[in-house]
Design a protein around this ligand. Structure first.
Ligand SMILES: [Zn+2]
Length: 471
């Protein structure tokens, strides 16, 4: 099998080969750190983590360098730490602090939270995690180039990208111009030459984060959002690289504008060879929104469920499909992983290999639902006593970043019934055993009913009575 990936730009699934067989380069737009991330934000974290793992596996196999296995894989995921949303949140949350201090508090807190969340979801750290505020010099250089090449212009201390200067602008989203104008929610500032022109740099108000401006502008300013990714991908991956990823909501205008900036600055035919986008996520059939009260944060979900459950649930849907996040699917993920955990309890992952059928599914544009079906097939074999299948199942779960040890149904239930009193349960069971010995069955039944009401299921055997929590 060869790795095939769907490219949003050409609308086709193609064989993936890196530009440089020694060096696979992937960029993905990371979070803007101003608030707890919702579960939809975790989708690209998990999807591109699986792709990162797959690329590293194939690199180690020597798929692109003639069997040497020396290809390196670089995954860049940026942090946007300068943005109007951050400024607004900082002013709201810390009205008494100077703005820059408040911004630091907001970004540090959110940044820490994001890293805790993605680690709990089993995501590997990316190779490089550049921050926008550490790449202002590169952004200025890009802006200077664009002004010199006639693709950007200065107006009232702003620098704007001139969309009409790029004849094939809009190829990624393939939308008609009037739809793009509506989609971009462009404010028709009087200094814009064309309503589609977008901001590369803008002046900062007093107290706002500010840096020396490019293009001969005297007033200090700050970058627009789109230029950040062009600058950071250039710095860490070069002018053209292999894969650029993100959520489908970023196709327009963000990725369209990244392409415009990078291609015009470097005079290249493409910015990235593959553009990959994960689909939308809904919750219980509805669009997530704060006003509907169904805004589910990763943080809240992690309070109730181990990250491994959420990770598995995310992979149950193909990354390009719209996804419905439902409690029913969370329950399915719990059942599947608890079963895998039981079946691989005595399996040694060192005796296992990444299952061929799973690898083949992933090589077909990351078909994770099919890969999961293959995991279930391995589980069936393991259930029938096939030790090798159990080892392969364990090793394949490890490859996916699925830590089965954290997937115990009983542990999950105990965590969700935070008030469970194990001592009380044990003493009730002891009292019931005494009553049974004394043939006082009315009393022993009464105690069992009391335990049932507490959600406790008893299992009697010749060795005594054990208990577990009912689902
Ligand atoms: Zn970006």
């Amino acid at each position: 099998m060869e790795l095939k990936l769907y490219d949003t730009l050409t609308r086709e699934k193609r064989v993936f080969a890196p530009i440089d067989p020694q060096y696979v380069r992937m960029y993905r737009c990371g979070p803007t750190v101003y608030d707890f991330a919702h579960i939809g934000n975790a989708r690209p974290d998990i999807v591109f983590d699986v792709l990162f793992r797959l690329l590293r596996h194939l690199a180690k196999q020597g798929v692109w360098d003639g069997g040497k296995g020396e290809t390196t894989v670089t995954y860049v995921r940026n942090i946007t730490d300068v943005d109007d949303k951050i400024n607004a949140r900082a002013a709201e949350e810390y009205p008494d602090l100077p703005l820059n201090e408040a911004i630091r508090k907001v970004t540090e807190k959110t940044d820490r939270q994001f890293h805790e969340d993605v680690a709990a979801l089993g995501c590997l750290p990316p190779t490089v995690e550049p921050r926008a505020t550490e790449h202002i010099a590169e952004m200025r250089m890009l802006i200077e180039r664009l002004v010199q090449s006639g693709n950007a212009y200065v107006a009232e201390d702003n620098v704007l990208f001139s969309v009409p200067s790029m004849p094939d602008y809009g190829k990624l989203s393939k939308r008609p111009l009037d739809e793009m104008i509506a989609g971009a929610r462009v404010d028709v500032a009087p200094y814009k030459r064309d309503p589609m022109d977008f901001v590369l740099w803008k002046p900062s108000k007093p107290g706002e984060p500010a840096w020396p401006s490019p293009a001969g502008i005297a007033a200090p300013g700050r970058p627009g959002w789109h230029i950040e990714c062009s600058a950071m991908s250039w710095k860490h991956l070069g002018e053209t690289f292999d894969i650029h990823g993100g959520g489908i909501d970023l196709v327009f205008p963000h990725h369209e504008n990244e392409i415009a900036q990078s291609r015009c600055a470097f005079h290249t035919p493409v910015m990235a060879n593959f553009w990959m986008h994960n689909g939308f996520l809904q919750v219980e059939g509805e669009k997530m929104s704060k006003s509907l009260g169904n805004f589910v944060t990763i943080h809240d979900l992690l309070a109730d469920w181990p990250g491994v459950i959420l990770r598995f649930q995310m992979l149950m849907t193909h990354y390009r499909q719209p996804m419905d996040w439902t409690m029913a699917n969370t329950e399915r993920a719990v059942t599947a992983l608890d079963t895998f955990r039981h079946l691989t309890h005595t399996a040694n992952p060192a005796d296992g290999r990444l299952a061929e059928a799973v690898l083949a599914s992933l090589e077909d544009d990351l078909n994770t639902p099919l890969a999961i079906a293959e995991l279930h097939r391995l589980a069936d074999q393991a259930r029938n006593g096939d030790y090798q299948a159990a080892c392969d199942l364990r090793a394949t779960c490890d490859f996916f970043g699925l830590d089965l040890r954290a997937a115990s149904l009983q542990e999950i239930l105990k965590r969700q019934h935070g008030d469970i009193d194990e001592n009380k349960i044990e003493s009730l069971i002891a009292a019931r055993t005494m009553a049974r010995k004394a043939k006082n069955f009315a009393e022993s039944d009464r105690i069992r009913d009391e335990l049932t009401a507490m959600g406790v299921v008893l299992k009697d055997s010749k060795d005594g009575t054990t208990w577990e929590l009912a689902r």
